[in-house]
Design a protein around this ligand. Structure first.
Ligand code: SF4
Length: 308
């Protein structure tokens, strides 16, 4: 009891003395031999005391068996309330539970997986909903749209079924479609910023590859421009030998595969073949009769020349 800890409230004497009752209850609840020393008691209220016993079970370091005992007012008999295993101040605990949405990491999404997007996702904001009406003096006002539609109808042959389903020229929907806004939600300013930061970190000016590059992507022939506001700072690399092939790169990124960094020298052209017409090369038409004797070049030459 030397290490006993008590609250400021004085524990009930009879309850505090009921250590054996508490230990027996703890031993009954626990596996045999895992209830250790009595390490303290806590006064839970009037005539209610919790006795704490060390837990010797492997894997539960720092945990304690807590047996709560109580007695009724003016009663002499102490009875058991409950027995539970509780973590102590230095107990080995499982890590804090983290919701799946916070545990998710880039690359975790596999084929067939569905990743729900929060309704309040800060990276997105509403796109064109079709609810806005153009101002009366707008170039896309109702009158203008009707006019444009009428013009379109005059020059569009064929039955209605074969007519285009794209929004009428001059309508808000058509303008929104042109700007890539005709979706329920589009990237918000915050979404643009976090994407740009992420891309800059992977393929930006501060990366070791860019620091050692002979020139930036801005002047590289393999850079494919992208649209939208992000196109002012990023493009897509289309050099299959670059580590950034098919990736969005900052215009200030660069790599050794830059199209103009080192122009490959032309392969030397072999000289044209020389035909020496001053010499006669002799080729015997038949193999020598005696396989052991090879005709002398002079003999064969003489024979061929004599024959001609
Ligand atoms: S090849 Fe290199 S320098 Fe050229 S666009 Fe790709 S990453 Fe940029």
């Amino acid at each position: 009891m030397s290490a006993a800890t008590t609250r400021s409230r004085t524990p009930d004497r009879l309850c505090a003395e009921a250590v054996d009752l508490a230990r027996a209850a703890a031993e009954e609840a626990a596996a045999p031999g895992v209830v250790g020393e009595h390490v303290g008691l806590v006064s839970e209220g009037d005539r209610v005391v919790t006795h704490l016993f060390e837990c010797k079970e492997m894997g539960y370091r720092g945990w304690r068996w807590a047996a709560t005992v109580a007695r009724a007012s003016r009663a002499k008999i102490v009875t058991l309330d409950e027995v539970v295993l509780l973590p102590g101040p230095d107990a080995l605990l499982a890590p804090e539970w983290v919701p799946w949405s916070e545990r998710l990491r880039p690359g975790d999404l596999g084929p067939g997986d569905l990743l729900p997007t929060d309704q309040e996702d800060l990276r997105l904001e509403p796109g064109f909903t079709g609810e806005e009406e153009p101002a009366p003096n707008s170039v896309v006002s109702g009158e203008m749209a009707e006019l444009a539609e009428a013009e379109d109808a005059e020059v569009s042959p064929g039955a209605p079924a074969v007519q285009s389903t794209v929004p009428a020229r001059g309508s808000i929907a058509s303008v929104a479609e042109e700007l890539g806004m005709r979706r329920a939600r589009v990237l918000s300013r915050y979404g643009l910023h976090v994407a740009a930061d992420r891309w800059e970190e992977s393929f930006g000016a501060q990366t070791p590859m860019a620091q050692a590059a002979p020139a930036t992507c801005l002047s590289c022939g393999f850079l494919t421009p992208i649209g939208g506001s992000l196109g002012q700072a990023f493009g897509v690399c289309a050099n299959e030998f670059s580590p950034a092939d098919g990736r969005v790169v900052s215009l200030s990124y660069g790599c050794g595969g830059h199209s103009e960094a080192a122009v490959m020298p032309k392969a030397p052209q072999p000289p044209p073949p020389v035909v020496d017409e001053t010499r006669v090369d002799v080729f015997p038409l038949r193999p020598a009769r005696d396989s052991g004797s090879v005709p002398e070049a002079g003999d064969a030459e003489t024979a061929e020349l004599g024959h001609s």
